[in-house]
Design a protein around this ligand. Structure first.
Ligand SMILES: [Zn+2]
Length: 86
């Protein structure tokens, strides 16, 4: 997959966004496979190893159930609520 980020883009990001980016690329975000608190590293939906990639976009059960779309829309609703309040 080709990336379009430049060093200039990265240096202009907020620190928390850079942190999320780096942790997502290196699979360091909390998941059942790397959280260290769970004995079972599998995804509760598809029973494959639950990696960051699978959590964010490639679970074969969550995708057809439109769970990613639902999550996306919930984030947009929250942003719209904050913007309308401000
Ligand atoms: Zn899954």
């Amino acid at each position: 997959m080709q990336r379009s980020l430049t060093w200039k883009d990265i240096w202009q990001m907020a620190p928390l966004r850079i942190s999320f980016l780096i942790r997502s690329v290196y699979d360091l975000l909390p998941s059942n496979a790397n959280w260290g608190k769970k004995d079972d590293p599998t995804c509760p939906l598809c029973h494959s190893r639950q990696t960051t990639e699978r959590v964010l976009s490639s679970c074969k059960v969550a995708l057809p159930q439109r769970r990613y779309t639902w999550r996306h829309n919930r984030v947009l609703q929250e942003l719209a609520s904050v913007i309308s309040t401000e």
